[in-house]
Ligand binder design. Structure first.
Ligand code: FAD
Ligand code: UDP
Length: 394
């Protein structure tokens, strides 16, 4: 007899399993149809002994001290600020587009002020910013849009940016300074020993029973349980009764090269050439030293595991129909990137799961981990809030 069956051992399912077991003393059965925990953040040592991410590069970043504190109970961290280059016109240029990107691309010598003025001149005036094309062309004009965004987005999503909600390309800012970091969040770290080790620490509790290689649909009638937490695709749960919600997939080609380093940064994007979108070289993320290097090519496709909800108006509308059905099931709780059809980063999924935990238990983990700003201290050069006594079980 279990209090909860949790479907999916990614961030959403694992956070809820951990909270319900260790904070509320509940008995939890955690299922995943894959042969590992960690969901899409799963990492492992490949046959050459290099730590790689099975489902593409996962870089942890958040502005939430509470989320960071919560996860810090289960891992130590490695400081890492993500930098990405885009291969455009036979040059490797910083993306997000910044002062150096424009100066190197056009052989110019703009100052920040001049670049801001330039963007104002080339940016197209729009009455309303509705689509992913509008966002970019209004900020930086059509030429930069075509060189850095149009081709990448068409490859990644199999549609034109003008068909996608503005939130997709809004993820990438535009800068007039020389800041070449991909993210500007306050907390930017990688789990020191990897994501999988962090998940193992979260789930190491006598009240959590894990079953891998197990599809919920195949076993749901064989166990006694009170409540279900479902982190798989919401349309699948309802047998696609309103039709399929599109999820974009990726085919990952992993390979190891007999050289210590391939590229200057962890990720190089290919907006205009190649069939893949980007190449990731993991040693930049993990800091691992090795005579060889492992990389991954990402080829977007429709067949395969569901990775990305597709932010288009018609999909949002279809999702609302499924959401209405979820509200009729008081004992089944939908959460996570697939369960709520939201293009969420890892930290957003953790926050969403902790919010659901509060609803289920009345216990507000986010509030309990909040600290007044004045209580912040510097650890390893990064602002880290002080909390009571975080238990690192690793
Ligand atoms: P998932 O990790 O997808 O976990 C859901 C789990 O449910 C899966 O393991 C699945 O096997 C299981 N499942 C589904 N259906 C069933 C069923 N019927 N029965 C049993 N098990 C089932 N976020 C960042 O913050 N930074 C990044 O750099 C970043 N990079 C990314 C790169 C890529 C290529 C992708 C695809 C995503 C990236 N993300 C990143 C997003 C991140 O992966 C997600 O936010 C996070 O993993 C979502 O966690 P989740 O638990 O909601 O879902
Ligand atoms: N994007 C782009 N060119 C780039 C990087 C990103 O056009 O060089 C667009 C593209 O539509 C992409 C979106 O911005 O899907 C979000 O990029 P992000 O790197 O956040 O994607 P993710 O890591 O989630 O795949």
């Amino acid at each position: 007899m279990f209090d909860y069956v949790i479907v999916g051992a990614g961030f959403a399912g694992s956070v809820l399993a951990e909270r319900l077991a260790s904070q509320s003393g509940k008995k939890v059965l955690l299922l995943d149809k894959r042969n590992h925990i960690g969901g899409n953040a799963y990492d492992f040592y490949n046959e050459d002994g290099i730590l790689i991410h099975k489902y593409g590069p996962h870089i942890f970043h958040t502005n939430s001290a509470e989320v960071f504190n919560y996860l810090s109970q289960f891992t130590k961290w490695r400081e890492y600020e993500h930098r990405v280059l885009a291969s455009v016109d036979d040059k490797l240029l910083p993306i997000p587009i910044n002062l150096d990107t424009v100066n190197k691309l056009y052989n110019r010598n703009f100052t920040s002020e001049e670049l801001a003025k330039y963007f104002e001149e080339v940016g197209e005036k729009k009455d309303e910013i509705r689509t992913s094309e509008d966002v970019v062309v209004s900020q930086i004009g059509r030429d930069l849009y075509e060189k850095f965004f149009r081709g990448y987005t068409r490859k990644q999503w199999d549609c034109d940016p003008s068909e996608l909600d503005k939130m997709v390309t809004s993820r990438i800012p535009t800068r007039t300074n020389q800041d070449d970091r991909y993210f500007t969040d306050e907390f930017q770290f990688m789990p020191l020993l990897g994501y999988t080790r962090m998940f193992e620490n979260m789930l190491n509790h006598p009240n959590i029973h894990i079953m891998l290689n197990t599809n919920f649909a195949d076993v749901k009638d064989f166990f006694d349980y009170d409540q279900v937490i479902y982190t798989g695709p919401v349309d699948e749960y309802f047998d696609y009764c309103y039709g399929k919600l599109p999820y974009r997939s990726l085919c990952f080609e992993h390979t190891t090269l007999d050289m210590p380093q391939l590229q200057p940064v962890a990720v190089v994007n290919y907006p205009n050439s190649e069939n893949f979108t980007r190449i990731t070289e993991y040693k930049h993320l993990t800091g691992q030293e090795h005579t060889k290097t492992s990389i991954t090519y990402e080829y977007p496709c429709w067949d395969g595991d569901p990775y990305y909800p597709v932010p288009k108006p018609e999909n949002a509308e279809l999702y609302q129909k499924y959401k209405a059905m979820t509200e009729l099931l008081p004992n089944v709780h939908f959460v996570g990137r697939l369960g709520t059809y939201k293009y969420y980063n890892m930290d957003q999924v953790v926050a969403q799961a902790l919010t659901l935990y509060k609803k289920l238990s009345g216990i507000d983990t986010l509030r309990d981990l909040a600290v007044p700003k004045a209580n912040k201290t510097k650890v390893n050069g990064s602002a880290v809030p002080k909390i009571g006594s975080p238990v690192f079980k690793g």
